[in-house]
Design a protein around this ligand. Structure first.
Ligand code: 4AD
Ligand code: MG
Length: 461
């Protein structure tokens, strides 16, 4: 007989059935007449109660079952007499796949700190918190593909190794197979990348956008969803060195369409999570953050506020003395400024038309000569969750900007050619997947919403 998931065994429809369950022991308690095991297999936040008659099993077998052990239990699913669960299992057969020595198994008591759990990231998925986070993460990833598929977008696989710097920020991890102690050199002493694996300098991608644009120029509407890498030394609760990004790119979309899509997509994803991850979100709400459910519902219901960067500055400037960082027209907004705006408007804010010198080279230039058609979506709790723009589709204007910003033009020849051959208005954006998961779970630190975080000085597991 196949084993059945705990999620299904907990449903009243299982009452009266004989079943096999396989999973891990959370706790064991009892006396000489009856023992209870709280049993979990990851299929749900809830445990199945196993009821055991100690006289029916050897003492040795029962002793080997402790917190963390992996077991197989066979028995009848019956209506539970205890409160809190509909069913329980009267165990008839028990098998231990793997013991977990109580002296050394680290997940003994409840209430480990999240910091401690980061040090045992190989075991933390077995906790209620990380089980909930990882299930929510899965459902959100699935919902993203569903959202785009249902709307005629095609999933484009952009490369992970590239020769360009899409954001022009120079925060890239190099990719090479040179012996770093003795790389080949040119006569003038520089490293000779012509002899490297790809015959040129390469790095891990910071964004799939540039290739996304190539796809949109042929398929109309595409999205990428893959890992991105940034070698920025940002040790904050919102930054990872390896994170996942979703980047839709649409031909014939202008900035308004881009904003409409971003708002619709975010609402869809939060709503999807509320509908499909109810138990896990409720658990996190009760455990960590009583305002989580309210915050999620409010994002789904309320329209996002839309305003220009210039208007935002006129709201922020009079409050200058309340901020740590200077704020006037032309400065990049800091987290405290973004938070202020989100609180001021009591919900998500979409800011547009930023000064061109604080944004990337590919953004469409406005007629004022000062601003570009950029768009950032700011979220309560998170700050920037999406960054995007309408793209500069005019070849001469784009080339002028590339030159002005000192960007290596030769490495972008293929990108520039799309503006020579059948160019069109187009737009897109990037959603940071972990920032979305942070928002939906209400967790405080981005290291706690990805299974194995990569941050400065940290690549264990
Ligand atoms: O604003 P960013 O840098 O935009 C781009 O990369 C564009 N190419 C997107 C596009 O238009 N296709 O990054 C997009 C989003 C941010 O809003 C943020 O949510 C997330 O990616 N992000 C990070 N998430 C975690 N750790 C980091 N270090 C991040 N850097 C950006
Ligand atoms: Mg950004």
């Amino acid at each position: 007989m196949e084993h059945t998931a705990v999620r299904d065994l907990l449903d009243a429809s299982s009452i009266g059935k004989n079943a096999i369950a396989k999973g891990w022991v959370r706790t064991k308690r009892g006396n000489k007449n009856v023992a209870f095991i709280a049993f979990n297999d990851g299929s749900t936040i809830h445990n199945l109660q196993l009821v055991i008659d100690p006289n029916a099993f050897s003492e040795e077998l029962l002793k080997s079952i402790s917190t963390g052990a992996c077991i197989r239990a066979k028995g009848a699913v019956v209506e539970s007499k205890g409160s809190g669960q509909a069913t329980e299992m009267q165990v008839e057969e028990l098998l231990v796949y793997g013991e977990a020595d109580p002296e050394t198994y680290p997940l003994q008591k409840k209430g480990h700190t999240l910091e401690f759990l980061r040090e045992i990231a190989h075991l933390r998925p077995r906790t209620n918190t990380f089980g909930a986070v990882l299930r929510i993460r899965h459902h959100l990833a699935f919902a993203i593909h569903k959202y785009f598929n249902d709307r005629g977008f095609f999933y484009l696989h952009s490369p992970i190794i590239t020769g360009s710097d899409a954001e022009g920020a120079g925060e890239m991890f190099h990719v090479t197979n040179f012996d770093l102690n003795a790389p080949p050199r040119t006569p003038d002493g520089a490293i000779d990348y012509a002899q490297d694996f790809f015959g040129k300098e390469t790095n891990l991608t910071v964004s799939g956008q540039l290739e996304g644009e190539l796809g949109a120029m042929a398929l109309g509407k595409v999205y990428t969803f893959g890992p991105t890498f940034r070698a920025e030394n940002s040790n904050t609760p919102r930054h990872l060195a390896e994170f996942w990004m979703i980047e839709p790119e649409m031909a014939f979309h202008e900035i308004q369409d881009n904003m409409d899509l971003a708002e619709d997509m975010l609402k869809y994803l939060v709503k999807y999570a509320l509908e499909h991850c109810k138990d896990d979100i409720e658990f996190l709400n009760n455990m960590y953050d009583k305002e989580l459910l309210g915050r999620l519902s409010s994002v789904v219901e309320k329209p996002f506020t839309r305003l220009t960067y210039t208007d935002a500055i006129s709201i922020l400037e009079p409050k200058s003395k309340d901020f740590e960082f200077k704020v006037d027209w032309g400065t990049d907004l800091q987290k405290e400024h973004e938070n202020y705006l989100v609180e001021h408007f009591k919900g998500p804010v979409i800011l547009t038309d930023y000064p061109k010198h604080i944004k990337a080279f590919y953004m469409k230039q406005n007629d004022d000569g000062k601003t570009v058609r950029a768009m950032d979506v700011l979220f309560p709790w998170i700050g920037e969750i999406i960054g995007g723009s309408q793209r500069e589709e005019n070849y001469d204007k784009l080339l002028a900007r590339v030159k002005e910003m000192g960007i290596h033009e030769e490495s972008l020849w293929w990108y520039l050619e799309t503006r020579k051959f059948g160019t069109c208005p187009h737009a897109g954006f990037g959603l940071g997947f972990e920032r979305l998961v942070l928002f939906v779970t209400g967790m405080q630190n981005i290291r706690d919403v990805i299974p194995f975080p990569r941050t400065p000085k940290n690549a264990e597991f």
